[in-house]
Design a protein around this ligand. Structure first.
Ligand code: FES
Length: 234
């Protein structure tokens, strides 16, 4: 099939403003959008810039806007878009470094701010710190986050104020807050109850729609809000 691939292009070192390039390509319906970008880079313009690594939906590096929705380019097949016109743009709310590459540092600063690691200073038992199946299941959904930023950069509250910690950081905090082995839940809840924390979430659900791992992001944010309000980790 023939497709028109319209790609956001911007090199701040030479361009006064962004523009779009359109590439007419022969594609297979089972090609992924990442395949099309690789083809353009290899055959039309080697300067086209985008991040990718695993190409299998694991590393989270190729989050971008595809026909207006945040997706991983390696997980979207041409046939699933239902159109031969494909528009590819960088994630919103983060500075464009070049073409489809955005500056992820503010995103990772929010990630680091919620203590994204297990805290437990108690002496370890002889073997590992055990959990019941139910205790492990409590936070299973939020362990799936791959930090692609698709959720945070689809959130109007984040677009309005980049200081908002954002859905991804709350998901990661949730993963530790509800882990029975962790001892820093109170500290994380304190961090997330400040003016740039969970109460910036207006339950719009863009984050849940955008998550390529199908994490129930808005539900996780709601559970963190409830823990702050009740003082109970349940
Ligand atoms: S390239 Fe790794 S998730 Fe797409």
């Amino acid at each position: 099939m023939q497709v028109k691939l319209k790609v956001f292009r911007y090199n701040p070192e030479v361009d006064k403003k962004p523009h779009y390039e359109v590439y007419d390509l022969e594609a297979d319906p089972t090609d992924r959008v990442l395949d099309l970008l690789e083809y353009v880079k290899g055959n039309y313009d080697g300067t086209l810039s985008f991040r990718r690594s695993c190409a299998h939906g694991i590393c989270g590096s190729d989050g971008m806007r595809i026909n207006g929705r945040n997706r991983l380019a390696c997980k979207v097949l041409v046939k699933d878009l239902g159109t031969s016109r494909i528009v590819v743009e960088p994630l919103m709310g983060l500075r464009v470094i070049k073409d489809l590459i955005v500056d992820m540092e503010p995103f990772f600063a929010h990630y680091r701010s919620v203590m994204p690691y297990l805290v437990n200073d108690e002496p370890p038992p002889k073997q590992e710190r055990l959990q019941s199946i139910e205790e492990r299941e409590r936070f299973d959904d939020t362990t799936k986050c791959i930090l692609c930023a698709c959720c945070t950069t689809s959130c109007p509250s984040f677009w309005a104020n980049e200081n908002y910690v954002g859905p991804a950081a709350i998901v990661v905090a949730h993963r530790f807050i509800f882990d029975s082995r962790d001892r820093a839940a109170a500290e994380r809840l304190r961090i997330l109850s400040d003016q740039f924390g969970v109460y910036r979430c207006h339950t719009i659900f863009n984050c849940t729609d955008a998550c390529p791992r199908e994490i129930q992001v808005t539900k996780a944010i709601g559970e963190v809000k409830r823990a702050i309000a009740t003082g109970k980790i349940e």
